[in-house]
Design a protein around this ligand. Structure first.
Ligand SMILES: Cc1cc2nc3c(=O)[nH]c(=O)nc-3n(C[C@H](O)[C@H](O)[C@H](O)COP(=O)(O)OP(=O)(O)OC[C@H]3O[C@@H](n4cnc5c(N)ncnc54)[C@H](O)[C@@H]3O)c2cc1C
Length: 1169
């Protein structure tokens, strides 16, 4: 199936051969319209439906959301504007519409269309406030010629001037006759209002030379198809339109033949199909001016493009390839992208197809190619790094071969992949190699990374980076767990990695053995052999790894195998290793190609079967390849075998094959949520490998091979346990695959992406979910308490109360996965452990010990288990979690789920009740009165099973009073009063204007009544409300009036008359900011409170009211004033805030400062800063 570009060249070439030097006449309006129609119907319409309309809507969304009136200029809309297909809420915002349309016939139709189908129907652009202006002219690249024959619909007489500015200028398939296209886009950019956008859709991407213009976003639609009836008249309409003119009848007749020979004929309908890939290029006002600034500050090199390994990437036209040589250059790139609202691609080893993207600046990291091996002890310099072994620091421009070579010289190695030229993309996304079964994936060996943050352009040490390999101004995050976690499997999404710290292993040697089994042509035979191979591979010890190749050669299917036995480098091991190889590899049908060979890590690169043996070593010539990789538990299953074998039968190029990389072992030891690489349950990584010879680049063969790869992967998707993210990029065909990458970790990754790359600078890596999908339940309630207190019983009742009110609610047990592992390890009965109380009690002690051991091995286990449950139930409204044993879990975890309200309900019961519930019989003799074990922190709510009404009444009343109000509509109404201002006060911050509630009619009274109702203490026992200027006063004053208690103002020191007491806001340390925030002094007038020692002081209870809880520094100073200076007990202090931003970990800070027993409540909770 030829592309439309190729067809156009073929048509013009044919015409030139028939009538040299003469092209025909221009098309008439009718001829143009006939051709145009073909492109807006049937299969061609799918390009609009699946690509143009959704992309346009997505690109314009931020602009349309921020404006109430939008003006649009459309160039060459044809008889209808594509703007008319946007969703209602977007179309309604278009208040002004201008167009340039040179085809008169279209102008008339466009005017009719803009008026609506009939008098009664709603027009397609219903928000127009002035009549649309349609110029019966082409759009000119020089401004003065733009105004030409203004033609107003509705007979209006308004004029369009050259300097008229628009919010949106759109070229939707209207650039074909415009040369050079850059000048037309530049002219359109001049016509933009501040913040406006030019959007171009175009089919002929090869001719799209932007020459210095930079795109803010680009997207592609490689699967577009135009299908036409194979009839002479239709072919004439079509060919005239494609060639761009009307020739004589002899040429037309030849053109029909050209179509029939290069088009693909569909069997069913007899249509001819042509490939019509589409691209979208969006530009903002910086498009023309941004690049010189970057090129003046960051080195670039022409040769950069030459070294790009991936052919698809190499054929693309980036806006520029810069080649930073210093970290500050990389920072400049990111800051430049942030300043100009642009994206970047990054080039590591350049093996992926998305390291270069049309119209986008590529950052080539090849200058950072150093590899350092640090001997034991040298890397130590940060106290929380426990290991003093050797370290390897690999620059982002180094490749697998560089690292292995350097490490080997020191007797070390890193578990990387099998090709020496593959680069950083491998270890950032996983990294599967021959040591994976023994030592895990490459990403598992990552201890830290030096990263230029996509959010700020700052250099950050993520995890462990030795001081000697980090610049002095690098920021060391206090809590960088999320980023280190994300770097191990999805590391290309959050910033530009400068270097990675690896924990190396001892350098082994490899015994290798290549074997082949000819399978002939029988599908049954092939499936049978895969079954045998599968069984043998699964039984192998971890020091073995077997890669298989399923391919066609010498007239039949072949199953090739490369076996690797990893041993220590001592020569004495040789006989034992050979014996072991022979004993383990017993498959009698496999015929050895060579005898055993012993290789070191570097020589091993050349022994791969697909490099040396298969197809005679790439059929003796240069080839290009396209791969996608899925994870399979088994290749012995009949379904999998059938797909693989049949797919090879339909391969479009003889060189296509399947490569099975051996997994299991240490890869599967790591729980899925421990690193971002969440797909751990597989024995084979099946690389569907499409190969064609270089001479076939950009031909129908290469396109068919790519289609074949996607088709095969689609068939394997239902049978696989995951997809390898390393190969995935912004190609729309990857979107469905990306949904299966990262296992259960996608929601967490989406949140980290939102925090660490809020402007989507790294937009062209493996796609993470967009933030529109719910990522967490609205309300997460941790039900805690001692064993037998009634946690599960009450959680079940509370769940039913929410479901009765129409909410979705579930209870999940944090201990379930531990119970599952425990059952597996000990042979205990999982079902009984989950459902039978008495059985569970029998195993309680052993289970606790088991959990403690697991937690010692995986220090983040509790957090990972918590997040796994949250993400598994992301779509419910309310999630109850039982079985958590952590201290102060709300302080500990709320920043991990910042979009949810997280609270802890502690269920208490007397020892007697608990004994009875546990089935331990009657009360022990010495228990007289009951007190719950005192906690060093205050749970959000306490439910006393003994005190409350009997049976279900108590929990029902509790839920009605304390839990259901948390989803109250009035809270939603309050939330709707908080306006969000994007990128204020700096890029990446979505500013929530909490004080703006007071500006809304009824806002203050609503907020006051909610603060009063939601307070979980007793207002009648409150002596005073305290508040610190300024935000707090706004909400504290009306509340104090409402509940009729005095309000105590706390002010900056020096503003209140004596006697006063003063406290300082604690210094902020270790946060994202380089400089600690300055401390401030605040004071309280002591006359406001009864003196310590008086009766009245003894019963003092104070509620502190504030607008926001973020870092907690101001609140901390207020609490210090109340506790230390005014001697009020922490038990008698509560904090009520209107809005909380959990990412700043304010609660945890207060707890660390000794205020863990202070009750803290908030009305609204916001994710983000
Ligand atoms: C011939 C061949 C052999 C392969 N063998 C293996 C194998 O044995 N094991 C295995 O696991 N995989 C293998 N792969 C897959 C390989 O891991 C991926 O293609 C990987 O993405 C390539 O990384 P790269 O750096 O070479 O490519 P690039 O195209 O340069 O980078 C890949 C992605 O990583 C991003 N990236 C690169 N550097 C950085 C950086 N410094 N900061 C942020 N993002 C960055 C890029 O932007 C891009 O999105 C192989 C691929 C090929 C083509």
């Amino acid at each position: 199936m030829a592309t439309l570009d190729q067809l156009k060249s073929a048509l013009r070439g044919t015409a030139a051969a028939i009538v040299p030097g003469r092209i025909g006449s221009p098309m008439t309006g009718i001829q143009y319209s006939d051709g145009f129609d073909i492109f807006t119907r049937d299969s061609a319409w799918l390009t609009y439906q699946d690509f143009i309309i959704p992309q346009l809507s997505r690109q314009l969304a931020p602009l349309l959301d921020s404006l109430t009136h939008v003006s649009v200029l459309e160039i060459g809309p044809g008889p209808k504007s594509v703007m008319g297909y946007l969703p209602d809420h977007q179309r309604n915002k278009i208040t002004r519409y201008n167009a340039f349309e040179p085809i008169h016939l279209f102008v008339t139709r466009l005017e009719t269309w803009l008026r609506g189908q009939s008098e009664a129907s709603v027009p397609p652009l219903p928000g127009l406030q002035t009549p649309a202006i349609i110029h019966r002219a082409g759009f000119s690249k020089s401004g003065s010629k733009n105004v030409h024959q203004p033609n107003r619909s509705n007979n209006s007489t308004a004029q369009t001037h050259d300097n008229t500015k628009f919010d949106v200028v759109i070229f939707c398939h209207s650039m074909y006759g415009m040369h050079p296209k850059r000048d037309y886009i530049a002219r359109a950019l001049e016509m933009l209002k501040d913040g406006g956008m030019v959007v171009v859709f175009h089919r002929d991407s090869a001719t799209m030379d932007l020459d210095g213009l930079v795109c803010s976003r680009t997207a592609c639609f490689p699967t577009g198809v135009v299908s036409i009836n194979d009839e002479d008249e239709e072919l004439d309409r079509f060919t005239r339109f494609i060639a761009g003119y009307s020739p004589g009848s002899s040429v037309l007749a030849e053109w029909r033949q050209v179509c029939r020979s290069v088009g693909r004929k569909t069997k069913a309908s007899g249509h001819l199909e042509f490939s019509a890939p589409d691209i979208m290029l969006a530009f903002n006002k910086h498009a023309a001016s941004a690049l010189p600034d970057l090129l003046a500050n960051v080195p670039s090199e022409e040769k950069s493009m030459v070294r790009i390994k991936n052919r698809t990437a190499r054929l693309r036209r980036s806006a520029a390839v810069v080649r930073p040589t210093e970290i500050k250059h990389v920072q400049y790139c990111v800051k430049w992208a942030l300043k100009h609202e642009l994206g970047l691609t990054v080039v590591g080893g350049s093996h992926s197809d998305h390291c270069i993207w049309p119209g986008i600046v590529a950052v080539d990291m090849s200058a950072f190619d150093s590899v350092h091996v640090l001997p034991p002890g040298v890397g130590v310099g940060r106290t929380n790094y426990p290991d003093t072994g050797s370290l390897i620091i690999a620059g982002a421009g180094s490749n697998t071969g560089d690292i292995i070579k350097k490490a080997m010289a020191e007797g070390l190695t890193v578990p990387l992949g099998s090709r020496p030229s593959v680069g950083t993309g491998l270890w950032l996304h996983g990294g599967i190699g021959h040591l994976a079964r023994l030592h895990g994936l490459a990403c598992d060996a990552i201890l830290g990374a030096l990263v230029v943050s996509a959010a700020s352009g700052d250099v950050m040490c993520v995890g462990y980076v030795p001081g000697s390999h980090a610049p002095a101004d690098a920021i060391r995050q206090k809590d960088d767990g999320d980023l280190l976690w994300a770097t191990k499997g999805a590391g290309s999404n959050f910033g530009i990695v400068i270097s990675v710290t690896f924990k190396p292993r001892q350098n082994p040697i490899y015994w290798t053995w290549n074997r082949v089994c000819p399978l002939g042509k029988s599908v049954v035979n092939a499936r049978g052999m895969l079954r045998v191979y599968d069984r043998e591979a699964k039984d192998l010890a971890r020091s073995f790894s077997t890669d298989a190749y399923l391919y066609f050669d010498q007239g039949g299917l072949q199953l090739g195998e490369s076996v690797y036995k990893v041993t220590s480098p001592t020569p004495d091991d040789a006989p034992a290793a050979i014996n072991e190889l022979q004993a383990e590899m017993i498959n009698p049908w496999m015929v050895p190609r060579k005898n055993f060979e012993v290789k070191n890590a570097v020589d091993l690169f050349d022994t791969e079967m697909y490099m040396s043996a298969m197809h005679g070593g790439h059929a003796g010539g240069k080839t290009s390849a396209f791969k996608r990789c899925v994870f399979l538990r088994s290749v012995g299953d009949a379904d999998v075998g059938e797909i693989l074998v049949k797919a090879l039968g339909s391969r479009p190029s003889p060189l296509c094959y399947f490569h099975l990389l051996h997994g299991g072992g240490a890869v599967s030891d790591v729980p899925p949520a421990t690193t971002a690489f969440g797909c751990r349950d597989w024995t084979f990584a099946c690389v569907v490998t499409g190969v064609w010879s270089r001479g076939q680049d950009d031909t129908e063969t290469s396109r068919a091979v790519v289609r074949w790869v996607y088709d095969v992967v689609e068939k394997l998707l239902p049978l696989c346990t995951g997809v390898y993210a390393a190969d995935l990029g912004p190609d729309p065909r990857d979107a469905v695959l990306a949904e299966k990458a990262f296992g259960p970790n996608r929601p967490r990754l989406a949140r980290i992406k939102r925090t660490w790359d809020p402007n989507n600078v790294m937009a062209y890596s493996c796609p993470l979910p967009t933030n529109t999908a719910p990522m967490e339940p609205k309300l997460i309630i941790l039900v805690t308490g001692e064993s037998g207190a009634g946690k599960d019983y009450n959680a079940a009742i509370w769940t039913s109360i929410f479901t009765n009110k129409g909410y979705s609610a579930v209870v999940a047990s944090i201990s379930e996965s531990i119970k599952r592992d425990y059952a597996q390890a000990t042979g205990a009965n999982l079902n009984l452990l989950l459902s039978d109380r008495a059985y569970k009690e029998q195993h309680r002690v052993a289970l606790t010990t088991f959990f403690q051991e697991r937690a010692r091995e995986h220090p983040n286990l509790p957090r990972d288990q918590f997040l796994q449950l949250v993400y598994r139930h992301a779509e419910v409204d309310v999630l109850f979690i039982t079985g958590m044993r952590d201290q102060a879990p709300v302080c500990e975890f709320s920043h991990r789920v910042p979009d949810s309200r997280l609270l802890e309900v502690r269920v208490t019961a007397s020892p007697q009740t608990r004994r009875l519930r546990r089935g331990e019989g009657s009360e022990p003799p010495n228990v007289q009165t009951y007190k719950d074990t005192p906690l060093p922190y205050r749970p959000s709510l306490t439910f006393n099973n003994d005190d409350e009404a009997p049976g279900k009444e108590g929990p029902i009343k509790f839920a009605n009073n304390h839990l259901l109000p948390l989803l109250d509509d009035k809270l939603k109404k309050l939330a709707s009063m908080v306006r969000t201002t994007p990128n204020f006060p700096r890029p990446g911050i979505n500013f929530r204007h909490i004080l703006g509630i007071a500006q809304q009619p009824g806002g203050l009274s609503l907020c006051t009544s909610l603060l009063q109702q939601h307070f979980s203490g007793d207002w009648t026992k409150v002596t005073a409300i305290a508040s610190c200027e300024t935000g707090g006063y706004i909400f504290a004053s009306p509340l104090a009036m409402q509940v009729n208690v005095p309000m105590i103002p706390i002010r900056a020191a020096g503003k209140l008359p004596p006697p006063t007491t003063v406290a300082s806001t604690p210094a902020a340390e270790g946060g994202q900011k380089k400089e600690p925030e300055p401390t401030a002094k605040i004071e309280l007038n002591l006359d406001a409170l009864p003196l310590p020692g008086t009766d009245a002081h003894g019963s003092l209870a104070v509620v502190v009211v504030d607008d926001v809880l973020a870092t907690g520094r101001t609140l901390c100073a207020v609490l210090q004033l109340l506790v230390k200076a005014a001697r009020i007990s922490v038990e008698n202090i509560s904090v009520l805030v209107v809005a909380e931003f959990p990412v700043h970990r304010g609660r945890e800070f207060l707890r660390q400062q000794g205020f863990g027993r202070v009750r803290v409540q908030s009305l609204l909770v916001y994710g983000g800063a």
